[in-house]
Design a binder for this molecule. Structure first.
Ligand code: PRP
Ligand code: HPA
Length: 177
């Protein structure tokens, strides 16, 4: 077994009934506070991507916690990083899509020139719950004719079947709850 996974797991805190009753919130902040744990996340993602995909053009991170892990991975891979933001935050020409998530709804947006047709991209976020957020990001990539190689998350909440929603795009998660 990989010690790195045990370290990462030890750096996730559970908060019952946040942000609403019935949700057990998995808080990844302690990972960021521990450089060894953050490095473990980055190296596991890097090893997976290098083993699975021949060529990657961009890492695409989801607002807001995908921004914490995405640029680290992009640097390791030697590729650029692109932001999928909540609507209204990005200047210039944008494309957006509405979606539902585990505890609400939102709209995801990218700059129109963020990805070029045919570019091979990896999507990254902290956590997969219902899959609404990653599905929306995949839709934006498809609309822009980018090729989604796969999605990376630190935590996957299995009972919500988010991976089914994102099919056929593969999801790689470090920890499953
Ligand atoms: C959380 C989480 C994922 C998403 C997962 O973000 O960081 O992005 O929800 O849920 P889903 O799989 O059901 O879509 P949130 O929208 O709370 O935003 P934040 O990162 O800005 O806090
Ligand atoms: N933790 C963090 N983010 C989330 C969760 C959670 O349990 N569910 C949906 N987004």
């Amino acid at each position: 077994e990989d010690n790195r996974l045990n370290l990462i797991q030890s750096r996730i805190r559970d908060f019952p009934d946040f942000p609403q009753k019935g949700i057990i919130f998995r808080d990844i902040c302690p990972i960021l506070k521990d450089p060894a744990a953050l490095s473990a996340v980055t190296s596991l993602f890097e090893e997976h991507v290098r083993a699975q995909f021949q060529q990657v053009d961009l890492v695409v991170g989801l607002d807001a916690r995908g921004f914490l892990f995405g640029p680290l991975l992009a640097q390791r891979l030697g590729v650029g990083f692109v932001l999928v933001r909540k609507k209204g935050k990005l200047p210039g020409a944008t494309v957006s899509v509405a979606y539902n998530l585990e505890y609400g709804k939102a709209e995801a947006e990218i700059q129109e020139d963020a990805v070029a047709p045919g570019q091979k991209v990896i999507l990254i976020d902290d956590l997969l719950a219902t899959g609404g957020t990653l599905y929306a990001a995949c839709s934006l990539m498809n609309q822009q004719r980018a090729e989604v190689l796969g999605c990376l998350v630190v935590v996957e909440l299995k009972e919500l079947n988010g991976a089914d929603k994102i099919k056929p795009h593969p999801v790689y998660s470090l920890l499953k709850y």
